[in-house]
Design a protein around this ligand. Structure first.
Ligand code: SF4
Length: 402
């Protein structure tokens, strides 16, 4: 690795957005800087004007789902625009108090994670994939998170269990890949990630390992840690290492994020992006085109674009209808080159992953691409539903024949 980080300096204390934008984040140690995250309304009000009535509602929201915003991410917010997409991704909104709401019923576990929890920190939802919940902490608590029920709550369970997790994986030869996820797996210190990766590197039936992290987006300086980059490089000599990440808006792909991505790619790691289609954030074909083009330019593969799940306190204000979604994606795809349009528009459903292929007049054409363990016969089936103007999930559509 030829990259070297800048010498660390004292973290500057600043009190407005303009001052935040002057900080050289590269020079700050990532872990110490996270101590300066914005967690309370009082801290937020130093930077953003929050009217009193709104502040009272936000206080109630924060009781349900904590606020946690790294200062470099906050510096991207346009403080004068209440509709700024970056603001909506990180700052709570009163709409989070609505549990179900206009888009329909909600759940805290839309992806059926709890049913597939093996009790050792492993979610074994598909025969070939083991997902290890390595931590429940994240650099930022994203307002649209589908794991809101666990993220940010004191419930760590897996770090100390990782030996048992690795034993489980070694005994299951049908597992071809492992996802170290969370929360955000790169919240773990490099010294903890090292034995985790070492426990996996010699299991013969594992083809590759993924480390799921939003660090390139919300905490890019995590990737300026030379020890982490060297660990990635070393592991790559045993197994292919992938980094699934989560950029939702082109404004998140900053020069700092691009530099962080370049460091990861130089370690031989392939970066895949999993965005979520979100009302008021990226539900615009021009925004999607810009996002996908900026991703491929930064060497990131656009992998999935998720339909927003029916998550409590998320669905009401972030989900758009499937009819709008499919039209937006088609409009965007017509303007994108082959690499930029590789992403699949996906529903992460309780029954497995379903690709939203397109529509023929008022018929929505879907294809199941993954089915849960024991239901493999359902994978790769085609499904047809009658579209309507409002449904944002399968429960609002009628299944029909072609
Ligand atoms: S980083 Fe991922 S898991 Fe953590 S809050 Fe954001 S979306 Fe949820």
């Amino acid at each position: 690795m030829s990259f070297k980080t800048t010498a660390h300096v004292e973290s500057p204390q600043v009190t407005n957005l303009d001052m935040l934008r002057e900080i050289d984040w590269r020079s700050l140690p990532w872990k110490a800087e996270l101590q300066n995250n914005i967690k309370s309304l009082e801290e937020l009000q130093q930077y953003i004007d929050v009217p009193q009535q709104e502040a009272e509602q936000l206080a109630k929201v924060i009781e349900q789902h904590p606020m946690n915003i790294p200062r470099d991410y906050l510096s991207l917010v346009d403080g004068n625009n209440p509709d700024d997409p970056i603001r909506k991704l990180c700052i709570p909104q009163a709409e989070e108090l609505v549990v179900a709401g206009s888009m329909g019923q909600t759940t805290t576990d839309p992806y059926g994670d709890d049913k597939h929890d093996m009790g050792n920190g492993i979610l074994h939802k598909y025969g070939y994939t083991a997902l290890v919940v390595s931590t429940e902490y994240c650099s930022m608590y994203c307002r649209h998170c589908f794991r809101k029920r666990i993220v940010g709550l004191k419930n760590d369970k897996t770090v100390e269990n990782f030996v048992a997790a690795a034993e489980y994986i070694a005994k299951h030869p049908e597992i071809t890949n492992v996802v170290i996820s969370g929360g955000d797996a790169l919240m773990l210190p490099t010294s903890v990630l090292t034995p985790m990766l070492e426990a996996l590197q010699d299991i013969p039936h594992i083809n590759y390992v993924r480390i799921g992290s939003r660090a390139p987006v919300v905490n890019p300086t995590r990737l300026f840690d030379d020890e982490l980059i060297e660990l990635m490089e070393r592991f790559n000599q045993h197994k292919a290492l992938y980094l699934p990440t989560h950029f939702n808006h082109p404004a998140e792909i900053t020069p700092l994020a691009e530099e962080a991505l370049a460091r990861v790619r130089a370690a031989g790691v392939s970066v895949q992006n999993q965005a979520v289609l979100l009302k008021g954030i990226n539900d615009d074909s021009d925004v999607l085109v810009e996002l996908m083009n900026k991703l491929v330019r930064a060497g990131v593969n656009p992998y999935y674009l998720y339909q927003c799940m029916p998550v409590s306190r998320v669905r009401h204000h972030f989900q758009i209808s499937l009819k709008r979604g499919v039209d937006l994606v088609d409009t965007a795809r017509r303007q994108l080159d082959g690499y930029a349009k590789r992403f699949r528009y996906i529903m992460g459903h309780d029954i497995g992953k379903i690709e939203i292929c397109g529509r023929i007049e008022d018929k929505l054409i879907l294809k199941q691409i993954h089915a849960r363990s024991g239901e493999e016969h359902l994978a790769s089936r085609m499904l047809v539903y009658k579209l309507n103007d409002t449904a944002g999930w399968l429960d609002g559509l009628e299944q029909v024949s072609l």
